[in-house]
Design a binder for this molecule. Structure first.
Ligand SMILES: [Zn+2]
Length: 568
């Protein structure tokens, strides 16, 4: 299959992540054995944390089998589009192409991975075109919840493919919108064969409201606030940061920006000369805590209740500069990402108990707007572009199939809803499934940032669920005597008043000694078997005394007078 994959001259597209799931967006474009990868995202673990803060597609083998990776193209700097790139750059060190904003965010990310300077990053001005082997990429500036996001028009020798990235259209009469519409129209008259479209909001009817609506809503709430106002949003959402700044100014409050993520965004905005707040509009940490509370808006990280975020720490009383007081207002100007509900509701409770008034999108939908196109926007894009075929990407199966219905309503064919690893051949007659590659998942450790397999994670999970028991001892093999009798160390196992740890240790010790004696009499001569039997024996003791089977690690030393001596 591999050979066949490399030798075709038809453009092949392989979703490596982000289809049939939320997040971890990654798509390979393969032409003549050369691979251009669009985006390289991660997703967040949902139900459990377990020291894992990211999940990435294990697409390493798949990429190798597809051909030579000649470049990385990033549509924008959201974690689900570029968060996994450091892991892949180590193995596939090809040049990275990204808008100046995305490039700035990538440099910060590489710093965190101790990979400063490890990538060749080409900054691409939105609106321009880059070439990659037989492919060219036209970067179309698009509207999304982060600056300088792009859709891509990818031209292969025989096929033109539009890749939407993440986008929303809204109803806009700004310059960039008119420019985008003109570019889409000219692409359309040239002929677009395929459109890979973001499905995230394909189930949401209508059109997104605008950022101006958000500004109005914020002003209304700010005008009613008596105490300090905390506003939390996604730290990468620079447009929202500006909206909050303007709203604060309008009601005569000063803006204090708190949190590492926010500071990173501001530093990138400065570097591209996009952040020039008027004199006195913002305050720093030395000034802010001394201002009367009703003169202050605090813009901070923590909309998803991340434990290390500014809002979380303030509500936990861990920030010495400021606390939430009775009469303050907290505005959650962000959507609640599925999986974070419990943590966020807990945070709400904490805030309410401290006397704050809370405003969420549930109470006022206008305080946030999604960065993803809703149904009417998706349809408008398809109408404008008139692709022959639509391939729904970025979303769960339900969202992808909703997207297919929209495509069909607009007269575009949508014969395939891909899953991760599908090798799609984009011929003139429509997409064909040429092969399927397995794409497992890797789990990135929070502290070391080392990706681990599901097997390792399962081990961690089982230690967490079952607890750990270690049995140590020294056995003098030649004389068949214990120099140090088996000792037990238990962690994370509930004993209650069922049994004391000493009683349990004694039972374990007896059972281990008994087992070894029997096994040696039976003539078992493999150290591995002896240890395995001891492990099973200890588990059995736990099981019969406590109804619990912890992970058992036997650490036993067998001493011999003569190294040649066998266990027989
Ligand atoms: Zn995005």
């Amino acid at each position: 299959v591999t050979q066949e994959l490399i030798e075709t001259s038809t453009l092949r597209v392989v979703p490596l992540g982000g289809v049939g799931e939320f997040g971890a967006n990654m798509t390979a474009f393969v032409q003549d054995g050369q691979v251009l990868v669009v985006d390289c995202g991660m997703s967040f673990p949902e139900a459990f944390r377990l020291g894992i803060d990211a999940v990435i597609p294990d697409a390493f083998a798949a990429l190798t089998s597809l051909g030579k990776v000649i470049g990385w193209v990033l549509t924008h700097a959201h974690e689900d589009h570029f968060g996994a790139l450091p892991h892949f750059l180590r193995r596939f060190p090809a040049p990275v192409f990204a808008s100046p904003w995305t490039a700035g965010m990538l440099r910060l990310k590489l710093e965190r991975h101790d990979m400063t300077g490890a990538a060749m990053i080409h900054e691409v001005t939105p609106g321009s075109t880059t070439s990659h082997g037989a492919l060219t990429v036209e970067w179309l500036p698009i509207n999304h919840s982060i600056p300088m996001a792009c859709s891509l028009l990818i031209r292969a020798p025989e096929t033109t493919v539009f890749h939407s990235g993440d986008y929303r259209l809204g109803e806009d009469d700004s310059d960039w919108y008119r420019l985008l519409m003109a570019r889409l129209a000219s692409a359309s008259s040239e002929g677009v064969d395929y459109a890979l479209l973001d499905s995230t909001n394909a189930s949401s009817p209508g059109v997104n409201h605008s950022e101006e609506d958000v500004a109005e809503a914020l002003k209304t709430h700010l005008a009613q606030a008596k105490g300090a106002v905390f506003v939390t949003t996604f730290s990468s959402h620079f447009e929202r940061i500006q909206t909050v700044l303007e709203a604060a100014q309008e009601v005569g409050r000063k803006l204090w920006i708190v949190g590492q993520g926010m500071e990173n965004t501001i530093s990138i905005a400065r570097s591209v000369d996009a952040w020039n707040p008027p004199e006195g509009a913002t305050v720093g940490e030395h000034e802010a805590p001394w201002l009367p509370r009703h003169e202050l808006v605090i813009l901070l990280t923590g909309s998803q209740a991340e434990p290390r975020s500014a809002l979380y720490r303030i509500l936990a009383g861990e920030d010495r500069r400021i606390s939430v007081e009775s009469g303050d207002m907290i505005i959650f100007s962000a959507r609640l990402i599925p999986g974070n509900e419990k943590a966020v509701y807990e945070l709400h409770n904490k805030a309410l108990r401290q006397g704050a008034h809370i405003i969420t999108t549930h109470l006022d939908p206008k305080i946030h707007v999604s960065g993803h196109a809703c149904q009417d926007e998706i349809r408008a894009l398809i109408r404008k572009l008139a692709p022959r075929f639509v391939i729904p990407i970025h979303g769960t199966w339900a969202q992808q199939s909703a997207n297919r219905e929209l495509a069909q309503l607009e007269g575009a064919a949508c014969p395939i809803i891909p899953t991760n690893g599908d090798v799609l051949e984009l011929g003139h007659e429509g997409p064909a499934l040429a092969a399927h590659l397995e794409i497992p998942r890797l789990y990135v450790d929070t502290d070391s940032l080392i990706p681990m397999s599901w097997e390792t994670l399962r081990e961690r999970l089982r230690i967490g669920e079952q607890g750990l028991a270690i049995v140590s001892g020294v056995f003098h093999f030649s004389s068949r005597e214990w120099i140090s009798a088996p000792k037990l160390l238990v962690r994370g196992v509930a004993l209650g008043d069922v049994i004391t740890v000493d009683e349990l240790a004694e039972d374990v010790s007896d059972a281990v000694q008994e087992r070894l004696k029997t096994d040696l009499l039976l003539g078992i001569d493999s150290l591995e078997t002896l240890l395995e039997n001891i492990r099973v024996t200890v588990r059995r003791v736990f099981s019969s005394r406590l109804g619990k089977k912890p992970i058992v690690l036997p650490v036993l030393h067998f001493l011999k007078d003569n190294p040649q001596e066998s266990f027989r």
